[in-house]
Design a protein around this ligand. Sequence first.
Ligand SMILES: Cc1ncc(COP(=O)(O)O)c(C=O)c1O
Length: 300
Amino acid sequence: MAAIAAIFDQLPAGSVIVLPDDGYQGVGGLAQAGASHGRWTVRRLTVTDTAGWVAACASADLIWLESMSNPLLAVPDLDIICAAPRKRGAILAVDNTFATPLNQRPLALGADLAMQSVTKFIGGHSDLLGGVVTAREPRLVAALRQARGLAGATPGTLETFLAVRGARTLALRLERAQRNAMQLAERLAQHPNVELTRYPGLPSHPTHEAARRLLDGFGTIICFDVRGTAAVADAVCGGLRLIQHATSLGAVESTIERRARVPGQEHLPPSLLRLSVGIEAVEDLWRDLDHALRDAAARG
Ligand SMILES: Cc1ncc(COP(=O)(O)O)c(C=O)c1O
């Protein structure tokens, strides 16, 4: 989050920020806080409104996108948006946390900045907090480094050690977790107690074509709507034994959360569960999910 704040610090007073309508709520909160102090104005665009994003590039000062949106996993047409002419001095930033640098490299697509929450996939073991920003322009790197120093957000040696150690196994962890995610998504999509499964790797996903074009892998996050009420979805979370009920994601262990129960996320479908798939044996994960789904449905 400190990495994101350093990017927002770069904006001159009176800037225009364009954010996706679906995205990490921390960014929305940061943008709203600055707007309420008159630092900038915020506009929201649907992730898939490519023409809208192209137009925004010509007038906005910060264009913020996620390689796939959190939590609905919509994949923006980044190649087209990055190629659009930008207002002089504008920053096009991509939060690449969900894709990881192994599945997408926003700078190569033409973004000015890419950021990753190292807390998630790069660390991979839920034991550190950190973020990384990469930029093409040395001027921007220097400005971000200065903002980091002024805010005191310099990472400690233990966090840095854990991040580098995590990065060494990222490829292996991602490969395994992605394979698990694909299998679970296919099975969830057929499950009688699941209303809707969202995973960019499924042909039924609204941005499957963009995902195939722009990502080297479909990631490890699946969002699915449990058939029934929010209470039934809560019962699914409560009934899981192997999959942990937690907010964070991107770790070796699978985690799940009903997002609409989080303050500020009430606009999401009430029974939507965000599942971050880990590296456990896929049959163990499936047994856990299937049992919790059937049990919660039977209890009503
Ligand atoms: C897409 C995305 N970006 C950034 C962050 C911020 O991560 P951190 O926990 O490292 O502050 C999160 C946290 O959930 C996230 O989901």
